[in-house]
Design a protein around this ligand. Structure first.
Ligand code: HT7
Ligand code: ZN
Length: 854
């Protein structure tokens, strides 16, 4: 009922040209003096000046043009400070405030807070209003001067350093920016430093700041930063624009990282890495997120969003750019498959449930609830489709125009689409539905083969339909690029990839002169974020797995084969023989990329099987799915024991550890083999590997295998003794136990771990580690007795009082509850209703829970 609407947008009635801030940092009594240079946007209209400011900001003094404001003209509520129009000059004026805040009491980690003795900030989306009074909206942009007084040795803010003396630092940011990009850090930090010479020859000082003792784990982050800076110049022609770029690692952080201008703040798990403490996946994520935040300097900072409804303008585009970067740094085929897996697991799940919303929502209650897979990952997919439709040259021309036309702007999705229209001459009115409509389109493909005509004609007829989503019952057809190739009966490609542009509800496309009936390789490269339904049998899937030239479509064929087996088995029917045969041929194919083979060897997760069953109109039974998956994995291991053992023995990476793609690919194949063999060797290989592995990738994989076999205790103890004081490793220790446990034990294990003194639950990483570990165990979280639901609900209620953002985000574990059987549904609903009934529940969690039970 407190929703904000896109349709209500009005520009801010004042122009803020400059913000000067002066901080005297004291943990429980920080003083902030702000000087805002303001002018009415339209001198004729006398409107009140409304400044955002939370109730945690205590106003000490307020002056306008140096004169104390008359209290009769100043009103205050929990969210804002209002100065009556009568008290405001008709031309430009200076407004000064002095406020007091208490960073030591800030457990929500929004605004200025303390992490491990270090002062730091998080202002996106609306955190700046917890620091001082201001127009806290992205379309109000100003240059900044910041002065910091503190006894901490390192004092950082945005922009370029102006002066640094003991206890005092001054920073100037010449680039106008919204308040959400403001940042300040003060702490006992050390830097690893380097430099970068830009395209036009400017020298930029680079620093990665960490706690003393962590320096030897920051090198990979620095390497990743340098690669990102170079890539953005090479691929997008974008140059960095300040004299210094600082990255700071902090332990308490609500999300992954934040792109504050010139001063990126990172969750320490996305900065710190060494072979002994970080996995290959950690390294890949660090590289990707460092790139993502760096790329925001242009797509987010130089061009920002007009309002938060436009969030996907910066996030979708920046995710798309970081995906391109990773494809260039590593294997493009593997990256595409990984991205599609993430999209389906997170965004399709969102689109199919009560939390579905368009990439550009038109209303929200709490913007922090809209940093979602739909805004980020689907936002990126939509850009991928645009690029596919306009071609690489059209995309480059449109992006060049976007940077030229909108540099310094707070832009909208309409602005974004207009540059594509202007640069390519294409009408994107229908394409816009991808931004405004929620839901995943279902595409049905029918094949008609006519032998005599034109030397053999195959006609593909597609129909599209998007199921209703909350608030959107009727959906119009969208433009869907469908990449199709054809494979002849002998396995040769007879028609290379062609992108069919579907614009109608039903549409046919013909392929002539084919001679013999080919097999269709459809939706190559996952050319559109849709669910494709087609009549296809297992032998044809196996054929595509063996012959398709498109790596995504090839992997997809194997995955479909596995899913069809798991669906049958979980419903008590026979299945899996075709899969086992086909996967045997693939494992034996020494020429295939090890990372690709590893992806094909990993069976679909239990939640994925549940989704497929639900798509087919069945009610998923988590226990039956678990048993089916375990059974199939065991049969694969038994059938291919020799091949798998050979892979396991051969895929050893010699020499010292390197996180590069090639070495990581070998390890991933070795681990995929281990995970299958673990079903028949009772954890013997895993035990040996855990003891001898010199890297965390193999140790964690081995540990998970041991836990799954009920013999993880010794290894867990060893890890704890070795790394008890390493937060990031201990997070893994907390996650893996409920995640890899047999489902029946998972909730009890999580409950036991929650009682340990090491469960520092106010730390977002530790909370996510344990609660997320349980919710990642599909049959464990959805245990029929409701123990998983109750445990998670109890902790969400506790966390909500301390950190609403984290509670609200983690509540999405419940978003699939309507899929399950009546008993589970009743238990999940009871848990959600218990949360909803809490008095004083945060706006964040209230919005999420009420959408889930609506
Ligand atoms: N733009 C940032 C999003 C963000 C955030 C980051 C950290 C803590 C709270 C936050 N709220 C929103 C990160 C990004 O997507 O790049
Ligand atoms: Zn981002």
């Amino acid at each position: 009922q407190n929703a904000r609407y896109l349709a209500d947008y009005q520009p801010y009635p004042f122009i803020l040209s400059h913000t000067a801030l002066d901080f005297t940092l004291v943990p429980d009594a920080t003083i902030v003096r702000a000087t805002l240079s303001l002018a009415p946007r339209d001198a004729a209209t006398g409107v009140d000046l409304v400044l955002d400011g939370g109730k945690d900001v205590q106003l000490l003094r307020l002056t306008i043009n140096g004169a104390e404001a008359d209290p009769a003209h100043v009103t205050r509520d929990d969210e804002a400070l209002t100065i009556a129009a009568a008290a405001l000059p008709s031309g430009p004026f200076t407004l000064e405030t002095e406020v007091q805040i208490d960073p030591s009491a800030n457990t929500a980690f929004e605004g200025l807070y303390i992490s491990g003795g270090m002062f730091c900030t998080q202002c996106e989306a609306e955190g700046f209003r917890h620091i001082t009074f201001c127009p806290d909206r992205p379309d109000v942009m100003a240059t900044f001067d910041v002065t910091i007084h503190s006894d901490k040795p390192v004092l950082l803010s945005n922009g370029n350093p102006v002066s640094q003396t003991e206890g005092h630092a001054e920073w100037h940011d010449p680039w106008p920016k919204p308040a959400y990009l403001f940042a300040l850090v003060a702490g006992d930090l050390v830097a690893i430093s380097d430099s970068f010479t830009t395209l036009s020859g400017r020298n930029v000082a680079l620093n990665v700041w960490v706690r003393p003792g962590d320096e030897d784990r920051a090198g990979f982050a620095m390497e990743s930063l340098i690669k990102s800076m170079k890539w953005d110049e090479d691929v997008y022609g974008r140059e960095y624009d300040l004299d210094v770029f600082n990255i700071v690692a902090v332990d308490d952080f609500n999300m992954g990282a934040m792109e504050n201008k010139g001063l990126n703040i990172f969750n320490s798990k996305l900065v710190l890495a060494s072979p002994e403490t970080a996995t290959d996946l950690d390294y890949e994520r660090i590289e990707g997120v460092i790139a993502h935040e760096y790329f925001h300097n242009w797509t987010g900072n130089r061009i920002t969003c007009r309002d938060w409804f436009q969030l996907c303008l910066k996030e979708g585009l920046t995710v798309f750019r970081d995906q391109q970067f990773t494809s260039d740094m590593r294997s493009a085929a593997v990256k595409r498959i990984e991205d599609v897996r993430t999209l389906r697991a997170r965004q399709f799940r969102e689109d199919q449930g009560p939390l579905a919303h368009p990439p550009r929502p038109d209303h929200y209650e709490e913007i922090n609830n809209f940093y979602t897979a739909t805004v980020y990952e689907k936002g990126a997919e939509v850009i991928g489709m645009l690029k596919r439709l306009v071609g690489d040259d059209g995309y480059r021309a449109a992006l060049d125009l976007y940077f030229d036309r909108h540099d310094g702007d707070a832009a909208t999705i309409e602005d974004w689409l207009k540059v594509f229209e202007d640069a390519t001459g294409r009408d994107l009115a229908q394409f816009k539905r991808w931004y405004t409509d929620a839901g995943t389109p279902r595409l049905t493909m029918r094949e008609d083969w006519a032998e005599g005509t034109a030397g053999g004609t195959l006609t593909l007829t597609f129909t599209q339909e998007t199921p209703p989503t909350p608030g959107q019952s009727d959906k119009q057809p969208r433009v869907i690029p469908i990449a199709v190739g054809l494979i002849g009966p002998n396995g040769d490609e007879v028609a290379p990839t062609r992108v069919l542009e579907m614009t109608e509800t039903e549409q046919s496309f013909a392929f002539d002169n084919l001679g013999a009936r080919p097999v269709v390789s459809a939706l190559r490269g996952f050319s559109a974020p849709v669910v494709l339904d087609r009549q296809i049998d297992d032998p044809t899937r196996a054929f595509l797995l063996a012959h398709d030239t498109d790596p995504f479509a090839r992997w997809e064929a194997g995955r479909d084969l596995a899913l069809s087996a798991l669906v049958a088995l979980s419903q008590g029917q026979p299945g899996g023989d075709d899969y086992i045969d086909a996967i045997g041929r693939l494992i034996a194919d020494q020429d295939a990329d090890p990372a690709f083979r590893a992806l094909c060897l990993a069976l679909p997760g239990e939640e994925e099987v549940a989704t497929r069953l639900y798509d087919l109109g069945a009610t998923p039974d988590p226990d039956a799915i678990h048993a089916a998956r375990e059974g199939l994995a065991r049969r694969v291991a038994e059938a291919h024991q020799d091949l798998l053992s050979e892979i396991y023995d051969r895929m050893v990476v010699s020499g010292s550890y390197s996180p590069d793609a090639e070495a990581a690919a070998k390890r991933s194949l070795r681990i995929a083999a281990l995970q299958l063999l673990n079903r028949i060797d009772n954890g013997e290989r895993a035990e040996i590997l855990f003891g001898i592995a010199g890297n965390m990738t193999e140790r964690m994989a081995a540990l998970a295998c041991l836990i799954a076999r009920g013999r993880g205790q010794t290894a867990l103890q060893v890890l704890e003794e070795e790394f008890g004081d390493n937060r990031l490793v201990m997070d893994k220790w907390f996650t893996v136990q409920p995640m890899a446990a047999p489902p029946a034990d998972a909730a009890a294990i999580a409950a036991k771990l929650a009682k340990l003194p090491g469960f520092d639950w106010k730390n977002p990483n530790r909370f996510r580690a344990l609660i997320g570990g349980l919710t990642a165990n599909h049959a464990g979280f959805h245990a029929a007795d409701g123990a998983g639901y109750d445990f998670v609900a109890d902790w969400l209620m506790k966390m909500d009082k301390v950190n609403p953002q984290i509670a609200a985000r983690m509540s999405t574990a419940f978003e699939t509850w309507p899929r399950y059987d009546e008993t589970r549904r009743a238990k999940a609903l009871a848990a959600l209703e218990q949360i909803a009934a809490i008095e004083g529940l945060s706006r964040n969690t209230r919005e999420m829970v009420s959408r889930m039970i609506a």
